[in-house]
Design a protein around this ligand. Structure first.
Ligand code: SF4
Length: 440
């Protein structure tokens, strides 16, 4: 294993090479299950937004040069910032069993922590290579935590791309944080926990709305620092901001925290439903709820209306990628009158998205999992007006005359809540505008 490469500290970031990892009926809808070749990023991608969100954490990927390139390419902007992630590269001699990987990892982690005493939480992040050689990062984290625990907490999760998709990286990271959350006293007053990494500005908008509504807030997961994770217990209720947090939801349920079922906060209707779920759980007067929510909801509706003319009646297909597909298809069909043709998702979290699925128009084809060739064949046969897909598929489809939208842009852009509803609609309108301009 080679020493960690701290982007922007020891050597210049690699020349950006794109995101290529090189590794390659509404009430009871029919779900097409697919299994085959996949075309998605891996869970390491989540580090790009998680390192911004959890400001006292450092992410040490235990992976290959490919993993390091992925991070350096995706986070090229980090060269001007204090680096908070790096890759401990597994070399051939590690793969061949010629070196004790646990010893090597200890050495690198110690070197890093000696050099960076400011790191309060160190995540050892697993990858495909570390999984293939069965490197036990849980054991490594325990050992290092015993050595550094007073100063730096050492945790681990997997960002491997084996049989996973990229938003699972966030799910795995947040699930690893749940045991770190202190226990609230049994008689603690009820409070709400927001779950899912949101841009700070969006999280603050929601916190202001909950404060105006009078909903008591326990805090957020992730918190902006691991040290400030809020206490949780049986009196805590949680709202998921992202539909892909199945493991995190299970870990919270194991701690006795109850999930509030709601639509996800996309668009005017989704956001209203999400806020209402909390308001009802905390006994907020419905008239007060309407009064607080109405201005934002009306602003969102007006912003969306600007895009409806362009998007209404347009047919859209989603290839499985971010796991945001189901709630976004609901938003686009219910609020913009788009017609979802196929909504593909890597995993259908049936419990988390049941209400979303029920709001999709009759006849929407839902597919779970990926068989790339078959899905592309269906896109070619359907010829939707817009296809939401991974970066690697967009150019080939554009070359075939199909307009596309990069799925990952929806993860990197602020799209939740009333104030972002117009921008969210515009993300889908833009490729169609561009197509129309190019036609002229
Ligand atoms: S974790 Fe796997 S898929 Fe991701 S960059 Fe590393 S080798 Fe590639």
């Amino acid at each position: 294993m080679t020493a960690p490469v701290l982007i922007g500290e020891d050597r210049p970031a690699a020349r950006p090479t794109g995101f290529d990892t090189g590794c390659s009926a509404p009430a009871a809808p029919q779900v097409l299950r697919e299994r085959g070749q996949r075309e998605v990023f891996c869970g390491l991608t989540g580090i790009i937004w998680l390192h911004r969100k959890i400001q006292d954490a450092f992410f040490l990927v235990v992976g290959s040069r490919t993993c390091a390139h992925l991070l350096q390419s995706a986070a090229g902007v980090m060269i001007f910032a204090e680096p908070r992630f790096a890759t401990a590269i597994i070399e051939e001699r590690d793969l061949a069993g010629m070196a004790d990987c646990q010893d090597e990892l200890d050495r690198i982690a110690r070197q890093l922590l000696d050099r960076r005493p400011d790191i309060r939480t160190l995540f050892l992040v697993g990858s495909c290579p570390s999984e293939v050689i069965k490197l036990d990062l849980g054991k490594a984290a325990q050992r290092l935590d015993a050595a550094f625990g007073g100063r730096t907490r050492v945790l681990n999760y997997s960002g491997s791309g084996i049989e996973t998709t990229f938003t699972e990286g966030e799910d795995a990271c947040l699930a690893a944080l749940v045991p770190e959350m202190p226990a609230a006293p049994a008689d603690a007053p009820p409070a709400l926990l927001l779950v899912g990494a949101l841009p700070d500005i969006v999280e603050d908008q929601f916190l202001r709305l909950f404060a105006e509504l009078g909903v008591p807030i326990a805090g957020s997961l992730p918190a902006r620092s691991v040290a400030s994770l809020p206490p949780i217990g049986p009196n805590t209720r949680f709202l998921l901001a992202q539909p892909f947090l199945g493991e995190t939801a299970r870990a919270l349920a194991d701690r006795g925290v109850q999930r509030l079922d709601a639509l996800f906060p996309f668009g005017a209707e989704g956001t209203t439903d999400w806020l209402r779920a909390a308001a009802e759980a905390f006994g907020i007067d419905p008239a007060h709820f309407d009064q607080v929510v109405a201005p934002g909801r009306e602003r969102a509706k007006r912003a969306i209306a600007h895009r409806r003319e362009q998007l209404a009646g347009k047919r859209i297909s989603f290839l499985p990628d971010s796991q945001l597909e189901i709630p976004l298809a609901r938003f686009l069909s219910n609020e913009l009158d788009m017609i979802p043709v196929e909504v593909g998702t890597p995993y259908l979290h049936r419990d988390l998205t049941a209400r979303e699925v029920a709001l999709l128009p009759a006849g929407t084809r839902i597919s779970e999992g990926q068989h790339l060739d078959r899905q592309l064949d269906r896109v070619r046969a359907d010829r939707p007006d817009l296809t939401v897909c991974g970066l690697g598929l967009a150019n080939p489809l554009e070359a075939e005359g199909l307009s596309t939208k990069w799925a990952i842009e929806l993860v990197f852009s602020p799209i939740h809540g009333f104030e972002q509803a117009g921008d969210l609609a515009d993300l889908f309108a833009r490729p169609l505008r561009r197509r129309d301009l190019l036609k002229v």
